[in-house]
Write a protein that binds this ligand. Sequence first.
Ligand SMILES: NC(=O)c1ccc[n+]([C@@H]2O[C@H](COP(=O)([O-])OP(=O)(O)OC[C@H]3O[C@@H](n4cnc5c(N)ncnc54)[C@H](O)[C@@H]3O)[C@@H](O)[C@H]2O)c1
Length: 373
Amino acid sequence: MKTIRFGVIGGGLMGKEFASAAARWLHLNFRDARPEIVAICDVNEDARTWFTQNIPSCTLSTGDYRDLLTSDAIDAIYCAVPHNLHEAIYCDIIRAGKHLMGEKPFGIDKAANDAIVACCAEHPDVLVRSSSEFPFFPGAIAMLKAIEAREFGRIINVHAGFYHSSDLDPGKAINWKRMIDVNGEYGCMGDLGLHVMHIPFRAGWVPTRIAAQLSNIMTTRPDGKGGMVACETWDNGSIHTMVESRDGDFPMTLETKRIAPGEMNTWFLTVEGTQKSMAYSTKTPKTLKVMDYTPGAPQAWQHIDLGYASAYPTVTGGIFEFGFPDSFQQMWCAYLDELVNGKSKMYQSLHCATPQETAHSHAVMTAALANAI
Ligand SMILES: NC(=O)c1ccc[n+]([C@@H]2O[C@H](COP(=O)([O-])OP(=O)(O)OC[C@H]3O[C@@H](n4cnc5c(N)ncnc54)[C@H](O)[C@@H]3O)[C@@H](O)[C@H]2O)c1
């Protein structure tokens, strides 16, 4: 078992999620490598204290990420900071020769993403991947396998999306994710877009014709200090695209919504084809819907409970349920597998999102901004 020594930059929501995944590494029956968090960088001292108090190996605590880049005790870095910081910090990490798992959207805008992708090309020995964990849900894995086996016949339609609803509450105070200068012009698309586009891109479905409907529903929000401030980010985005295919072009709709009433972290993918259709949603995380079609035969959907059919085996019994922390840990296992074994010798074939895939997502989101109706 090889130990990969990690530094974490950004000890907020996602930094802590990684700490949790690393702490229960024995959950996985993966013996090739394990992460050990040895350093935390955050400008917020409380966030750093959480790490140093909970993780005995985390002995370096600093407010300046450059301290991690000059440390010989660190092999790799997970960077989970606001979007306006991605370009500068990711590029510094890569130039320092540290392996990087960055967070989406991998740059606040296309120019920032272009700079990060160029930096990756200049440092091919550094493994750079973007966090995007939903393809590791069992239903998503099953759909990817069916896509790779070309089981759908001619594709009729693809619908992928990610829905939240907490922003329906007008009393919810603004945070950096609703500020254009920190989150970016993409708004909800930058937050949720790569999650929605990851499997389509892995399938080779990169759209060429793009139009979008974007809405800013809550134009003001409480500032948390008793006043109100402008809230200028897009709340909801529906990106309508056409994908060119040898078998016939098909429409693909990519939805990212922060105000979808009643929804809480609902990620879904539906693929309809002339021979097979499949649908999966984290709203019913056990259940994969499948319809195989033979001309003339009845059209009947099967609802199949999948259980814990993970990419990497774990101690959890196959009949139990799979959830968000599981998908996140499975994604991390894929990152470490690729790091120590190389892409062609991974234990299984589902690797994390590549810088090129983030570049595709920026091309789509930039086109959506330009072609909003
Ligand atoms: N993969 C997912 O499912 C998922 C979910 C949520 C957020 N994200 C992404 O993760 C990233 C972080 O989001 P979050 O929800 O964890 O945000 P967060 O606000 O909870 O955490 C960000 C942390 O970064 C720290 N920080 C700010 N400036 C810093 C600096 N200069 N140096 C060091 N630390 C600094 C903040 O103090 C904070 O603790 C974003 O890119 C976001 O899009 C991914």
